[in-house]
Design a protein around this ligand. Structure first.
Ligand SMILES: [Zn+2]
Length: 322
């Protein structure tokens, strides 16, 4: 069974400490987020995560896109739509992905092999973008658009370009985070059309992460044009019943399930035995070959020690099962 993370990891930017860092700081080329990416990558590789992230260390999942995409901005802490949304000519996070990939290649030799595809069960770095429905429903519309649906579709075209940048940068797959889909607020048809715009021309596999209680939307999520549907099954026990029902109806066919098995809202570290029991329930529903194991959600809000130990608990649980 493959293991991955949802994305964010609690590592903070660091002041320059070595001589070379101090020199690059003097010349204005020091990036204090790079040590944070390194720390996130190092921890994920140490515990044996197969498909890692760059740790999403720079900014919140909405702000990072709202700040960079033409037509949008962030004022105070509020993301806003001010004009027509257009694709950005430069990538928002491809440089971080490339840096994580390069850094991981350097250190992963100590732990295990690196290159390959998702099917081989070997390591890679995933590209992550926040979904258009989630970004628009988190933003104030102050100009150009009369309704949210039109803004979502234009934003999907902008994010399509970003997904292509991530693919070009070497992402092993591209994940779209759409937590708002479990709230029942966005129109599912528009959300699906928007996801299709982003994924239809990509060559790498695609995933969609939706956290929260998905009991009302899970069967609809399974019809979205992505390869992996990722939900939280530890913190929201009802979600596994929904998975069971959908699997019995044959609705999970052709999809892989991102199986969140670590509660990311609690600091307490899970016993690997308990985690493996939960994973077994998922395996019973869709088969081990269709499960990708990960934590419920991003880990940004957890203390670093807890995040690390929780990931360790998860990879130990998977080892026991294989
Ligand atoms: Zn989430």
């Amino acid at each position: 069974m493959l293991t991955t993370v949802v994305g964010s990891y609690p590592s903070l930017p660091e002041e320059p400490s070595s001589l070379s860092q101090k020199l690059s700081s003097f010349f204005g080329t020091y990036d204090d987020y790079k040590p944070a990416i390194e720390a996130a990558v190092r921890d994920q590789i140490k515990v044996g995560i197969d498909i890692i992230s760059d740790g999403q260390v720079r900014a919140g999942m909405v702000e990072i896109f709202a700040r960079a995409i033409p037509g949008m901005t962030v004022e105070g802490n509020t993301p806003k739509v001010l004009g027509k949304i257009k694709p950005s000519t430069t990538s928002i996070s491809a440089e971080d992905l490339k840096y994580a990939l390069k850094f991981s290649e350097g250190i992963s030799r100590e732990y295990s092999s690196n290159q390959g595809t998702i099917e081989d069960g070997v390591k890679g770095v995933k590209g992550i973008i926040t979904g258009p429905s989630t970004i628009i429903f988190s933003s104030l519309i102050e100009g150009f658009y009369k309704n949210k649906d039109e803004a979502i579709i234009d934003l999907a075209h902008a994010l399509k370009r970003e997904a292509e940048f991530l693919e070009e940068a070497g992402a092993v797959y591209v994940q779209i985070d759409e937590p708002f889909l479990s709230t029942g607020l966005p129109d599912i048809k528009t959300a699906k059309k928007a996801v299709k715009i982003i994924t239809e021309d990509l060559k790498v596999p695609t995933a969609m992460h939706v956290c929260g209680n998905v009991s009302d939307v899970f069967e609809k999520l399974l019809t979205f044009p992505v390869d992996i549907i990722d939900c939280e099954f530890a913190g929201i026990p009802g979600n596994i019943d929904v998975l069971e029902v959908a699997a019995n109806k044959g609705l999970t066919k052709g999809k892989k399930i991102g199986f969140g098995c670590i509660d990311t809202k609690k600091k307490e570290v899970e016993d690997p035995k308990k985690v493996s029991e939960l994973i077994k329930r998922g395996v019973k529903c869709v088969g081990a070959e269709n499960i990708i194991v990960d934590p419920d959600c991003g880990m940004r809000m957890l203390p670093k020690e807890a995040a690390f130990s929780k990931l360790k608990s998860m990879t130990e649980a998977v080892k026991w099962l294989s």
